[in-house]
Design a protein around this ligand. Sequence first.
Ligand SMILES: [Zn+2]
Length: 319
Amino acid sequence: MEFKDYYKTLGVSKSATEKDIKQAYRKLARENHPDVNSGDKGAEKKFQEINEAYEVLSDAENRKKYDQLGSQWRQGGARRGPTGGGANVEFDFSDLFGGGGAAGGDAGGGFSSFFERFFGGGGRRQAGPQPQAQPPSQQVEVEVSLAECYSGTTRHLEITSPQPCPQCRGAGVAGNGICPVCRGAGRQNGTRKLEVRIPVGVTQGSKVKAQDVVILVNVKADPDYEIKGRDLIRKVSVDLYGAVLGTEIKFKTPLGKEVSLKVPAESQNGRSFRLSAQGLPAAAGKQAGDLYVKLEVTLPTKLTDREKELFQELARLRA
Ligand SMILES: [Zn+2]
């Protein structure tokens, strides 16, 4: 990448004041403006360079970074470690500019790769009106309860994302120069409210689209239900006598409805019962899941002498 001498581009000295820079820019911009040099590719390129130089030098913070960068650049991109005695430490320029650097070449933006790397920060635009680019979609995670997967729900989100600059409407230029509001970026971070309807039948990892935002659904862990795709697994305790002799168990569905289930006699520990289509509801091309009820047999403890006798008798009968 080539180092850009912005002072030279504007024909001013390193010690030029803000006013000097502005004057030089205005004069050069007038001379090289595309409106007065129509079809002159050289003037167009020069106009571009002038705008780029001015964008950096007209901003006190950018100018300071640029001056610092210039001195580092001449040292070949390397400097001594702080102790002075050690190895050369490679200088990472991105540290200087808060990670604002874009990748490599001139990405058709008109400004140089040097500018894009150190001052671009993303969405800078070429001077002159540009077609509105589609902003990239943003992903936001939303946590929902299991019951909400059945019922659907609504969330009100605050989304922060780059918005077209209200001053220049995304062009990056206003009047004869760089837009003062967005400093040529054409975009500014803005917050907007977004109402998101989460439909019936979402599950872990479902994606819901709301405008340009993708909502990634994360289902809150439920104390009673394990979620596997659209199937639900619920463990229900049953005592030894119920498992052996048969019983009826009651439990609540994720929506709070009470369900009773007949447990046949001689049901083993871990036996599972499938309640067809009682899992997560059907949604776009996916069938409703099933609800599995899994028995957990609990054994009696703190047996009395009499109970021990009876168990011993049962054991003898089976021997
Ligand atoms: Zn603007």
